[in-house]
Ligand binder design. Structure first.
Ligand SMILES: [Zn+2]
Length: 550
């Protein structure tokens, strides 16, 4: 009996180090498609992505299982191991149909920003990040960082850093010791976490790395011919020219203006310099917050967001995206070398993934194929068709302008209009669904009753929408556009669908006790938090269902 037990104990920990890692580094690259790592691999340096690809565990078939593949839901799922159906972050922002007001997922008037410059340089709403406050108060599930804090209290340190507020906030969770993000040239946090910036952040802000980038040139890291061979020509149909950046290399990072202002800050978000800044900030956090210095595991969450801004303007097949990935690779290499020196390779684990991918520019799809319908989503026509169908079924909306408010890939019925018209909500939802499904741009639409299982339903995208749908927050009818129908006008690209280009992401694990391997079985990003719990010896997020990957 003792012999058998000893044999079991000998085999079971074979993938584990003798002691749990002292630091886990969770790296989420915003809008990083799985195929980027294959496509650009020949030009990676030894210690960046290549270290993970060659010396780590590579999952080639990792996907977000939810339908609405966007930044806030994606980061929340990675951190919690559950989907919007449980964590409640259905989108980056949504609408309250009763008041008509916009609800940014991280906005929290009780948690104003700390360390931001005065609102002298406000950012346009079209690019997001307009929030003057931020907290995880709308996040309804616990993160892996929360689980570490629940297990170890103050002994475990949890720090989240990102170029974007919603990435840092949702990766960190409710109990994070700190979450920091970039806003108009500064590293900031909010009063949810602290009253003032810590000294190490103030010191970094004093070096003013972002504003000092004003007027610098962004040119290609490698010879342009390499980019031509991999991505095609720099100038491509459908690329978006904004913030003085144009559509070709080289470009000056100045917002197209003579002085440092709002347009510089908008341009800067597309500049891969932002990845270098986040990497430097991560190194300062590790040193100042004493991460990974003792046997109690700490967690550092990093959200690299620059690829997302860049991909929205130039698409996945651009020179700009290739250059951004190569420069991120160099920033990661410096970070891993720093971790080797400061923590020791035997004491940390890292996982790298993405919150979502991105669609190709529809103009590129149109140029290459004859049989695929590609184009730009026409929300004006969709909304008109939905309103016309409701008016045909129930009459003109009584006393108000519309029956609905369009909200992301969905529509909400206005409660006051329904009540005034004496219209039954399920009947109205069916009318909206039928109108959407008549559109050649819509793959499938689902009513609330269908998603929640109140009426029988089956078909494409339904399982994914059930994961994206929160009963208390989601729309009356949801839908997904057909493949290669892109929600951005008049140029650029987008994500947000359950199509492969949006939901297929890298998933790479590296570190102490993990033998190099390539694993080809399909896995969900909801397995990341349970796997981290397993590796760190922390309790699993209680509502997470996926099995640990190791
Ligand atoms: Zn995006």
């Amino acid at each position: 009996m003792m012999v058998v037990l000893a044999a079991v104990l000998y085999v079971a920990p074979s993938l584990r180090a003798a002691e749990p890692p002292r630091l886990a580094v969770v790296i989420v690259v915003d809008q990083c498609r799985a195929d980027y790592l294959d496509r650009f691999r020949p030009w990676f340096v030894a210690d960046g992505f290549r270290r993970l690809l060659e010396r780590g565990v590579v999952f080639t078939e990792a996907r977000h299982r939810h339908a609405l593949t966007a930044t806030a839901p994606g980061h929340a799922t990675i951190a919690t191991g559950v989907h919007a159906s449980v964590h409640g972050i259905i989108a980056n922002e949504w609408f309250d149909a009763t008041t008509g007001s916009r609800i940014p997922s991280v906005e929290d008037p009780a948690a104003p920003l700390v360390g931001a410059v005065a609102a002298a340089t406000p950012l346009p709403a079209a690019l997001g990040d307009t929030e003057t406050s931020g907290s995880p108060h709308r996040l309804l599930a616990t993160t892996i960082g929360d689980q570490l804090k629940l297990r170890h209290g103050a002994q475990a340190r949890v720090i989240a850093l990102s170029n974007k507020d919603r990435a840092a906030i949702f990766l960190g969770g409710r109990l994070a010791d700190g979450a920091y993000w970039l806003r108009t040239g500064r590293v900031v946090t909010s009063r949810y976490y602290r009253e003032t910036l810590p000294a190490w952040v103030e010191e970094y802000n004093a070096t003013d790395p972002i504003n000092r980038r004003f007027g610098a040139t962004w040119d290609q890291l490698l010879d342009a011919a390499i980019y031509d061979a991999v991505q095609g020509p720099d100038q491509a149909a459908g690329e978006e020219s904004r913030h003085g950046l144009g559509t070709t290399f080289p470009r000056r990072i100045d917002g197209g203006e003579a002085t440092l202002g709002r347009e510089f800050h908008n341009a800067y978000r597309l500049d891969p310099h932002g990845s270098a800044v986040l990497g430097q900030l991560a190194q300062r956090a590790i040193a100042a917050e004493q991460l990974g210095r003792d046997a109690t595991p700490d967690l550092l969450c990093l959200g690299f967001s620059q690829l997302d801004y860049c991909g929205h303007s130039f698409g996945p097949d651009s020179h700009e995206i290739m250059d951004s990935v190569l420069r991120l690779d160099r920033a990661l290499a410096e970070l891993f070398q720093f971790l080797d020196r400061e923590i020791g390779p035997e004491h940390f684990v890292a996982v790298l993934t993405a919150d979502h991918g991105v669609a190709p520019l529809p103009e590129r799809v149109q140029a290459f194929t004859r049989d695929v319908t590609a184009g730009r989503l026409d929300f004006a026509t969709l909304t008109h068709d939905v309103e016309a169908a409701l008016a045909a079924a129930f009459g003109a909306p009584p006393g108000v302008a519309t029956w609905t408010i369009r909200d992301s890939y969905g529509f909400r019925l206005l409660p006051a209009t329904l009540a005034a018209g004496g219209v039954d909500a399920p009947a109205a939802r069916q009318v909206i669904k039928d109108a959407l499904q008549r559109s050649p741009q819509v793959a499938f639409a689902w009513t609330r009753e269908e998603v929640l299982g109140a009426v029988p339903a089956s078909g494409p995208y339904l399982d994914a929408w059930r994961l994206s749908y929160h009963a208390g927050r989601s729309q009356d009818v949801v839908f997904s556009p057909r493949p290669y129908i892109v929600d951005r006008r008049p140029a650029g690209s987008n994500h947000g669908t359950p199509n492969d280009y949006d939901n297929h992401v890298p998933l790479l694990w590296y570190g102490a006790g993990l033998a190099p391997a390539v694993r080809r079985e399909p896995v969900g990003t909801d397995a990341i938090a349970p796997t981290l719990a397993q590796l760190l010896g922390a309790p699993r997020p209680p509502e997470a269902l996926a099995a640990s990957l190791f």
